[in-house]
Structure formats: C-alpha cells, structure tokens
Design a protein around this ligand. Structure first.
Ligand SMILES: CCCCC/C=C\C/C=C\C/C=C\C=C\C(=O)SCCNC(=O)CCNC(=O)[C@H](O)C(C)(C)COP(=O)(O)OP(=O)(O)OC[C@H]1O[C@@H](n2cnc3c(N)ncnc32)[C@H](O)[C@@H]1OP(=O)(O)O
Ligand SMILES: Cc1cc2nc3c(=O)[nH]c(=O)nc-3n(C[C@H](O)[C@H](O)[C@H](O)COP(=O)(O)OP(=O)(O)OC[C@H]3O[C@@H](n4cnc5c(N)ncnc54)[C@H](O)[C@@H]3O)c2cc1C
Length: 664
C-alpha cells in the first residue's frame, strides 16, 4: 500500500527524542541541516538515479559516472554551494568516482606537502577543476612497502628538470583511482636521485594528459587496470596503470615542503620530519573512520527496518507470526552492530579533532604528536573498516535470502566497501604500525618519559598488571570505570607480554616478525580500548533531548560488553576478570538488548537517510517491502521477454534432442 507507514507502530514505541538524536549523529544542528538539505536535493533529482547500476556494462556504467560528476559540479556552481555543501552533495551522489581522489587525495597532497608558492599555483587550478588529479603511489610490485617503490625521479642539472622513469614492469604505477581514463595530473611518488644519490621516496606533480585533446603526453603509457569485485560497485572508478619513459618535469614540480632540490642539484631537508611525505595517508585514514560509521549505519538501518517487517514462526491464536527482530539471536547479532555504528561515529569525531590539533601544531613546528596521530589513524582505520566490512556481510545474512538480492542494497554496499580493508594501508600492516608504537612506548617507560594521549594508561602499567575487576553483579558492568578498567588492563597486559617476549630475541626485528600475530592482537586490544574510552568521553558531554543520553549509555555498554564477551579468552587469560564476571557481562548484555528493542527503529531513523541514499527495498522508510520487491523483480531485463534470448538457439534443440533420445 502506497503512502502507508508500515513501521509506524514501531516508531511509536521509541522512548527518546529521535530529532535530538539526529543532531547528535550529524554532529551539530548545522551539520544536520546541511546534510538533510543536500541529501534531499540529490534524492529529488532524477539525474542522480542509481537503481540501475548493477545492470549496466562497464562502459555504460563509467560514462554514467562521468555524466553525474559533471552534472554535480554544474549544480554546485549554479546553486553557489559552499565547500561543505558541495562535499556533502558529492557524498550523497554515492558513487565512487575520480572526484573522490581529486578532492580526497590530490588536493590534500598538494596542501600538505606543497610550499606556499606551490599552493598558490596549483590549488586554484585544482579547486576550479581546471585540472583533475589523482594520487599515484602504489606500483604493480609495491604497495604496503612504500620505501620499496621503484619509480625513479632523477634531477638533471643541465636542464633544471626531473626525469621520471619506470625502470621495470613492477615499477608501473598500479591502482590509483581516477588515473586510468580521466586524470590530467597526478601526485606521483618516486625515488629522488640527485648526483647519483638516492634520497628515498618523494612526491611530484606530474601532468599526464594534454589539456587540449586529453591524449597522454609523450613518454606516458596509461590505462585502466580492469574489472574489480562485484557488478557496478567500485567499477565506476578508473583505477589505472601508468608507465613513464624518461618523462621530464620542471624542478619546481617536486612537492618541497619536507625537502627540496636547489638549482645546483643540492638536496636540502627542512626541519619538518620526513614522515610528512606520508601525511596525505594520515588525512585520508582519518576520514575513513567517519566513513566507516556511515557505511555500517546504512547496512544496520536496512537490516533493522527489515527485521521489524519480516515475520517467521510463532503464529498463535490467529496472531501474525513473530517479527524476526524479537528473536534474541537476531538482537545479539544486530544490536552490537548498531552500537558499533554509533561508537565509530564518536571515535571518528574525536579523530578529526586529533588530526586538526596535529595540523595546528605542525604549523607551529611542534611535531611531538605526529607518532600518536599516525598510530591512531592507522589503528582506528584498520579496526573500523574490518568491523564494518564484516558488519555489512552480517547484515546481509540478517536479511535472510532477500538480503542477497541486489535490490536489498547490501551486495553493492559490501562490494564498494570491502576494499577499504586494503586501500590506504592493508589492515594488518597498519596494526603492526600500532604495535611498533606500543612497543616503543613500553621500552621508554624506564627512561621516565611519561606516555601521553591514547597510550597514557601505559603510565599506570604496574597498577594495571595487578588490578582485579571488582564487578560483583551484572549491573556493575554499567559503571564506565569497571569497563575502562578491564579494557585498559587487558590492553596493557597483552602489550607487556609482547614486550617481554620480544626482549628474549637478540635481534628485535626478528622477534617482531616471529611475534607478529601476538603484536596484532595487542594492537587490536589497544584500538578497542580507544573506541570504548572515546564513547565514554562523549557521554560526559551535555547531550540534550529526552532519553537521548540514556540510550547512548545503553549503546556504549553494548559496544564494550559485546567485545568483552567476544574476546572473553583474552580477558580471562590475562587475568583481568574472572569467569564469573565474564558471565555477568553476558547477563547484562541480554538486558541491554531488551532496552534497545523498542527504540531500534528510532535509532536507525536518527541516521536520517533518504530512501535514495539507502537504495534498498528492504530498508525503505515506510517498510512497504513485499509489494516493492515484487514490482522490482519484473523490472529485471531478463523479464523483458517471456522467452529469453538463447532459449531457441541452445535449449530448444537440446530439449528436442533429449526427447528424441528418450523415444529411441
Ligand atoms: C573528501 C574526503 C574524501 C576522503 C576519501 C578520499 C579518498 C578515499 C576514497 C577512495 C580510496 C581510494 C584511494 C586509495 C588510495 C590509496 O590506497 S593510496 C596508497 C596508500 N598506501 C598505503 O597506505 C601504504 C601503506 N604503507 C605505509 O604507510 C608505510 O609504508 C608503512 C607505514 C607501512 C611503513 O613505512 P616505513 O617508512 O617503511 O616505515 P617504518 O615502519 O620504517 O617507519 C618509519 C617511521 O615513520 C613512522 N611513520 C610511518 N608512517 C607514518 C605516517 N603516515 N605518519 C607519521 N609517521 C609515520 C613510523 O611510525 C616510524 O616511526 P619511528 O621511526 O618508529 O619513530
Ligand atoms: C580499490 C583500491 C583503490 C586503490 N586506490 C589507490 C590510489 O588511489 N592510489 C594508490 O597509490 N594506491 C591505491 N590503491 C593501492 C592500495 O593502497 C594498496 O593495495 C594497499 O596499500 C595494499 O598494498 P598491497 O596491494 O601491496 O598489498 P600487499 O602488501 O601485497 O599485501 C598482501 C598480503 O601481505 C600481507 N603483508 C604485507 N606486508 C606485510 C608485513 N610487513 N607483515 C605481515 N603481513 C604483510 C598483507 O597483510 C596482505 O595479506 C588502491 C587499492 C585498491 C584495492
């Protein structure tokens, strides 16, 4: 039935102010107003239709993405949208495109690594999209190991130019988004060589294609690397391959904030740490954490609404069957994901603050918080993207068979999302970076250096090695200090155990390799502690709205106790809690799930997603699932004709032959 809200009875159950929760989710009333306006603008414009993506071939799909990108820019200019509005509009278009890399990496790379003069020259061109850029770092043979890149950039003092070259097949740039077909420029990473000396990897602005006819410039070979996972999905992006054959660029196209090459060919390092060459990755990893909360909340919104619509078993006395959301097993799978979406939102907010703070300090030549920023962005990117990918797949299963249909929105969401575990740093490689930070922190404890920021708890390591949880009844687990105490003790003990084992190796690097599984687990425990503690910090703020804070407290406890239950082995084996306390946490979880149940639809409504953005029949706001699924099936091109192409050609003769054989 059109126009009827099939979920109204669920919405009426909410015990909190959903509009106030929308503001908390968006970050502020202003952010909510802008995102609401931009999402409706996109949803109401047929040019941004996206329900046919899975049916399109690669070329059509790609052309369609280019049309949308050009149209989005036209609307941004016509409507005189601010940078904030424009960025929101692009995100609601919801289609991976070259523009993501242009705005998300090319522009930030120039901003972060360029000199004042370079910013003046390149930023206006990029911001007006008079040039289109990408981020060309990864090579066919080298991704995680950035120091292993092979592309050479050799200074030629005779002409005051750099000569860029791809010496081997494995040095071919491979993967950069936007590179394959569209970018006119790239920030290319290669080994800087002056006077025969290799100075390691640096970034350079390189023009790839003519601004007149878009043909590759002399010495450049460039193209798309081919179809990727899933139909539609990430295939709207032209991930590319690029080779250089002694391509010359002017000296002033080396990004020279960190170090520079003089006219005479002298390599000069500034006082800025060399790791700033990796700065764009830190920036993007930070944005990926907030994006994780968006992707997970989309999947959770779909699975929650559908779980309230879907009924199976339990029809008694003429009553309808039970809503599947009422099954405790469904709640125990779904509600921790709902809690995780909120947890990632708040840790993402905090990470944005941390990043902004680091940037402000860098301007004042204070580099002290850079290692913390690297460890937090790397670790939280890893933790949140792995959990979100797994969470989207779990939401698909929570929707039963219908979750497997493209019209559920979940297969495409998964296919687009899952490479997040790999790009911007493989998730295991990034956790190993966190582990290095933790081991370094522990090794410096003896020197009197007080750990600060997210490793501050290591300063209390002696106390944490001895501490015992004082939880005696299930409700004690609602006390934030009980939860924090257990998570801090577990993280500290896992790291200390690694440090002790490492000290047994005469060669620390050998030890690091040998113990890498334990180190990854210690890093994960540390990152989970950060998420839990930032959720708890968020609850210290003034949060207005009837019942809003109380529900967030419930979600915070669910996030923490779910992970305590999931990693019970860790908590028990490190002696942080007893098995009795573990089982009390599980009892408390059951009660928390019951408190979420009447509020579940309200909590996903608070994400304020339009049906266009969700792109899911199962997650429709009005819950009118079955008639729409039925309608959608008939739209499949296979149903255009009663008898499909190929039947007369292959199946009819086969049937006839089989019938003939049977008669013989
Ligand atoms: C509008 C917003 C839109 C946003 C979205 C935009 C785009 C996203 C959309 C789509 C995604 C598409 C694009 C994807 C792009 C990419 O994937 S780009 C390529 C990304 N590549 C990687 O992430 C490679 C991963 N590898 C690395 O980062 C490094 O090689 C690694 C850190 C693993 C090792 O580096 P190495 O120099 O060998 O390190 P060491 O272990 O020796 O460390 C040396 C010291 O440097 C410190 N450090 C390392 N990295 C950083 C850093 N980023 N920042 C600060 N410091 C760093 C490290 O801790 C060591 O310090 P100490 O010596 O111990 O003190
Ligand atoms: C969709 C997509 C978009 C991308 N966009 C861009 C882009 O715009 N620009 C760009 O430059 N790059 C881009 N990339 C490349 C991306 O950054 C790399 O693929 C990523 O950094 C992982 O590196 P890799 O492929 O070398 O993986 P590998 O390092 O080869 O990983 C393979 C396996 O080895 C393991 N491994 C590697 N090193 C270690 C170690 N030290 N210890 C333990 N295990 C290890 C990993 O965990 C993994 O299981 C993109 C990739 C994808 C998939």
């Amino acid at each position: 039935m059109e126009g009827v809200d099939h979920l109204a009875f669920e919405r009426n159950k909410a015990q909190f102010d959903v509009d106030a929760m929308k503001i908390v989710w968006a970050g502020s009333s202003h952010a909510l107003e802008v995102s609401d306006r931009m999402s409706r603008l996109v949803a109401s414009d047929p040019a941004f239709r996206k329900d046919n993506r899975a049916m399109l071939g690669r070329k059509e799909l790609f052309k369609n993405t280019l049309r949308k990108a050009a149209y989005a820019l036209k609307r941004i200019i016509e409507l005189r949208l601010s940078e904030e509005e424009a960025s929101m509009l692009r995100s609601f278009v919801d289609e991976p495109a070259f523009t993501d890399l242009h705005w998300g990496m090319f522009v930030p790379a120039i901003k972060g690594q360029g000199t004042e003069e370079q910013l003046k020259k390149w930023l206006p061109l990029a911001q007006k999209m008079q040039i289109i850029g990408c981020y060309a770092q990864t090579e066919l043979g080298h991704g995680s190991n950035v120091q292993g890149l092979e592309t050479t950039v050799t200074f030629d003092p005779k002409t005051d130019e750099f000569v860029i070259h791809s010496p081997t097949l494995t040095s071919s740039k491979w993967w950069p988004g936007g590179l394959g077909k569209i970018s006119t420029h790239a920030v290319v990473y290669g080994r800087l060589i002056t006077d025969g000396q290799d100075h390691g990897v640096h970034g350079f602005i390189v023009q790839l294609r003519s601004l007149d006819d878009h043909l590759p410039l002399p010495g450049i070979t460039v193209g798309d690397i081919g179809m990727k996972f899933g139909n539609g999905a990430y295939n709207t992006m032209d991930n590319g391959v690029l080779r250089f054959d002694h391509v010359r660029i002017p000296r002033d196209q080396m990004l020279m904030r960190v170090s520079r090459v003089t006219r005479e060919g002298k390599y000069v390092q500034s006082n800025v740490p060399r790791q700033l060459v990796y700065g764009t990755m830190v920036y993007v990893r930070q944005t990926i954490v907030s994006d994780a909360s968006t992707a997970l909340s989309r999947a959770v919104c779909i699975a929650t609404r559908y779980s309230a619509v879907r009924r199976q078993f339990g029809a008694t006395g003429g009553n309808p069957e039970s809503q599947v959301i009422d099954y405790k097993t469904q709640q125990a799978r779904l509600f921790p994901l709902l809690a995780s979406a909120y947890a990632f939102r708040f840790v993402g907010e905090w990470l944005k603050w941390l990043y902004t703070d680091v940037m402000t300090r860098l301007q004042a030549n204070d580099f002290s918080t850079l290692p913390e920023a690297h460890a937090c962005t790397a670790g939280l990117k890893s933790l949140t993207t792995s959990a979100t990918s797994d969470g989207i797949e779990e939401c698909r299963k929570l929707c039963g068979g219908h979750g497997y249909l493209c019209s559920s929105g979940l297969p495409e969401l998964f296919a687009v999302y899952v490479p997040t575990c790999t790009y911007e740093g493989d998730n295991i490689v990034l956790l190993l970076q966190v582990a290095r930070h933790l081991m370094k922190t522990i090794s410096q404890l003896g020197s009197g250096k007080k750990p600060v920021g997210t490793v501050a708890y290591m300063g209390r390591v002696e106390q944490l090695m001895e501490s015992r949880s004082d939880v005696q009844k299930a409700e004690d687990w609602l006390n934030p200090s009980a939860v924090l105490g257990a998570f801090e003790a577990r993280a500290a003990r896992k790291s200390v155990a690694c440090a002790k084992n490492l000290s047994k190796f005469s060669n620390p690097e050998e030890g690091f390799l040998e113990l890498s599984n334990d180190l990854v687990e210690a890093a994960r425990a540390h990152c989970q502690l950060i998420v839990v503690s930032k959720f708890i910090d968020k609850l210290q703020q003034d949060i207005p709205g009837k019942g809003v804070k109380q529900l967030l407290e419930v979600l915070c406890s669910i996030y923490a106790l779910f992970h305590l239950h999931k990693h019970l082995g860790d908590f028990l084996s490190t002696g942080c809690i007893t098995s009795k306390q573990g089982s009390l946490a599980n009892d408390q979880l059951r009660s928390l799930y019951s408190q979420v149940r009447p509020n579940a639809i309200g909590l996903v409504d608070a994400f304020n997603y339009t049906d266009h953005y969700l792109s899911s029949i199962l997650g429709r706001y009005d819950g009118n699932v079955y008639p729409k699924l039925y309608e959608e099936a008939w739209k499949d091109p296979l149903n255009d004709s009663v008898i499909p192409d190929g039947f007369q050609e292959y199946i009819r003769p086969m049937l006839k032959q089989q019938l003939r054989n049977a008669r013989l």
